[in-house]
Design a protein around this ligand. Structure first.
Ligand code: PHE
Length: 365
């Protein structure tokens, strides 16, 4: 074969290949063109290479060089077509050869090739409710002050919610309109003094002070506990009231406990909680049946005073009711509102927002 003929064939082949690769619009067409021109068994380049053997011996080096040039040009055109198809973002389907080779249905990638270096979409993770976060922080701080967290039941009897707390039957706090009374419970004969009724009323606890009684009934002094949990009062919901809310109750019983200890613990607690700010505690005289003397606790907050809850020295009647000797031990107790602290911390102005479970609201904390 004359060199001129060989070269002319090669040029025609390279032209045809470049045109074919330039006009493919998708991966399937590209694959077809690839097999036609560069296929290892029956591709046109392969055929041209076989033609090399028929070129006159003297022309072989020139023919070989020409063949390599043509091959490089065809491969460059194939590569360019590959990149163009990949970038176009059209649906990419593996060619028939691939589909046949695998028993699995061919994968269809929509939206172009996958760039694994692009940062992924931000996953929206859930988190703890702001009130739960506040409770955890409070437990943590009081834990460091040596107070153990204990739990008590939310369904209580009148003994723990009232009687043992020095709130007698005639006290207005026991009004059925001010409490969530539930069905009555049967009292086992063995646990009932002669003549006592067989049933006792149950109610949703209206204060966490119930836990003070439960702890003192079952442990001898000294006692140093906190209890955090839900309490229930039939208040109409408004910006500052909700029929269910949370309290943190603290109780410390030991020899020689004074009100100075109470004030120090509360100040340390508030100072740790609102760490950035300088905190002062103010006591105002008040009354609770289960403490004597009793105080309302206020904390200074951005120039004003914020009500935190009630506190006082545990009333000797309460100590007696649980079998402690008020001549031996004294103690203090406090009960603070959790929502109030949580709301102040985050600038929330309506308590109802905490219980509407609106993710747009909750995800901010
Ligand atoms: N239990 C009281 C209330 O709910 C708060 C309190 C707790 C007061 C302990 C004194 C001592 O308002």
């Amino acid at each position: 074969m004359a060199l001129a003929d060989f070269v002319a064939d090669l040029d025609a082949l390279a032209d045809a290949a470049q045109q074919a690769f330039a006009s493919v619009a998708d991966a399937a067409a590209l694959e077809e063109a690839r097999v036609e021109f560069t296929g290892a068994k029956a591709g046109k380049l392969k055929a041209a290479q076989q033609g090399l053997g028929k070129v006159d011996k003297a022309d072989k080096p020139a023919a070989g060089k020409k063949f390599n040039e043509a091959k490089t040009a065809v491969e460059a055109a194939l590569e360019a077509a590959r990149q163009r198809v990949a970038a176009s973002g059209i649906v990419v389907r593996p060619g028939p050869a691939v589909a046949k080779a695998s028993a699995i249905a061919p994968r269809v990638i929509i939206g172009g090739p996958l760039d694994v270096t692009v940062p992924g979409k931000k996953l929206r993770l859930g988190h703890l409710h702001p009130v739960t976060q506040t409770i955890a922080d409070m437990k943590d701080i009081m834990g460091r002050l040596g107070f153990t967290a204990v739990e008590g039941p939310e369904i209580e009897d009148e003994w723990h919610n009232f009687e043992a707390l020095n709130i007698p039957a005639i006290h207005p706090a026991r009004d059925p309109l001010d409490n969530f009374y539930l069905a009555t419970a049967q009292v086992a004969a063995s646990q009932r003094p002669a003549g006592a009724p067989q049933e006792k009323p149950l109610l949703l606890r209206s204060q966490t002070s119930t836990v003070q009684i439960r702890v003192m009934e079952s442990t001898p002094p000294p006692v140093r506990i906190i209890s955090l949990g839900r309490v229930y009062r039939p208040d109409t919901a408004d910006a500052t009231h909700y029929p269910m809310f949370h309290q943190i109750e603290g109780l410390l019983i030991d020899r020689g406990v004074t009100m100075a200890d109470l004030k120090s613990v509360l100040r340390l607690f508030c100072q740790s909680y609102f760490g950035k700010y300088e905190v002062h505690i103010r006591f105002r005289p008040s009354f609770f049946p289960f403490t004597e003397p009793s105080v309302e606790v206020d904390m200074n907050w951005q120039g004003g005073w914020m009500e935190m809850g009630g506190a006082g020295m545990v009333d000797p009647n309460v100590l007696r009711a649980v079998g402690y000797d008020p001549e031996e031990v004294t103690g203090f107790a406090f009960g603070l509102g959790v929502e109030r602290v949580c709301m102040r911390q985050h600038g929330i102005t309506d308590i109802r927002a905490l219980y509407e479970n609106d993710v747009r609201f909750l995800s901010q904390f």
